[in-house]
Design a protein around this ligand. Sequence first.
Ligand code: NAD
Ligand code: TDX
Length: 343
Amino acid sequence: MFKNIIVTGGAGFIGSNFVHYVVKNHPDVFVTVLDKLTYAGNKENLAGLPSDRVKLVVGDICDKELVDELVQKADAVVHYAAESHNDNSLLNPEPFIQTNIVGTSVLISACAKYDVRFHHISTDEVYGDLPLRDDLPGHGEGPGEKFTPDMRYNPSSPYSSSKASSDLLVRAWVRSFGLRATISNCSNNYGPYQHIEKFIPRQITNILSGIRPKLYGTGKNVRDWIHTNDHSSAVWKILTEGKIGETYLIGADGEKNNKEVLELILKLMGQPSDAYDQVRDRPGHDLRYAIDSSKLRNELGWEPRYTNFEEGLQSTIDWYTNHRDWWEAQKTAVEAKYAKNGQ
Ligand code: NAD
Ligand code: TDX
């Protein structure tokens, strides 16, 4: 169906996992990765992939000429490129506005011009946050107690509001310019190649480096974890079978609070359950995310496969243990930045 796809942000965490997924499962597809290789991008994430299947173009999604040249030769664009870390957005929102909003507008304008299929990768954070289950009459299972596609957007941080803005641009381009686009909003991903600034890899690499893990506040905040391989299969499903103009939520029923996740990491790595520090909480810290993915499951027949969190976490710990050369050089600088911020 699609022979030539562009994956923006394909040298980052989720984008590179998607490129590996496509190379493995869809032998007729050639992938052009468009990635600026910011601090979060790493060409090593694509190492070993055959050059007759994948080409890396180092460039900016805000570069109109480059985007125009690449898009006219493609049949689809899957758009992962973004500034993706909430804590960074609180320190400096500017790159978030530029890449997430302006960059998306450049891509969709080119896709509309050449009638190229567009899939926009977004986040559940556009919906804001939910109360903790214990504070809800249906304990999180009642109507409106999880995110659904038609819920009101209510983002909290510069990151999530820039993603919400980009979603709205895509919707407007579908309606006004006939852009053939779909949107997906996924919950928190984990797995290999995730930057060590993020919660799970930060704690694993802290333990591997002899540093005590750092929990924000009391750790009661809940995230809905999904293995990145399940995100990839869902995106492929939506790209090839999704209905134009529709939004699909991707999630695997993986709600856990941060304290539970950290205690499981400590257990799997042979540490005492209280061997961590509680540090300054994130300002505006979203309380709970939870995805109702029934539209994707019922309409497109998608199911997650990596649903055993403990197993997925163990293989992620093994990956970071066996790939010290991938992260070790950055560790001191990442921790120094957090320390400066009291975290
Ligand atoms: P990441 O930060 O690991 O990777 C982002 C990639 O985009 C990097 O390779 C970076 O070099 C590239 N990039 C940044 N600015 C660019 C620009 N101007 N031009 C070209 N490339 C640029 O991010 P991630 O965690 O893999 O997230 C990927 C996407 O998935 C984002 O759109 C994010 O909003 C979304 N998302 C992430 C999660 C999660 O749990 N991490 C959950 C839901 C949705
Ligand atoms: O050291 C830490 N200690 C800690 O307690 C860090 C880095 C985080 N946390 C907490 C904050 C969050 O409640 O862990 C939770 C997860 O934090 P992050 O990994 O920063 O993810 P989050 O802010 O939830 O956002 C992620 O999921 C949605 C991605 O970074 C986003 O790109 C995605 O849209």
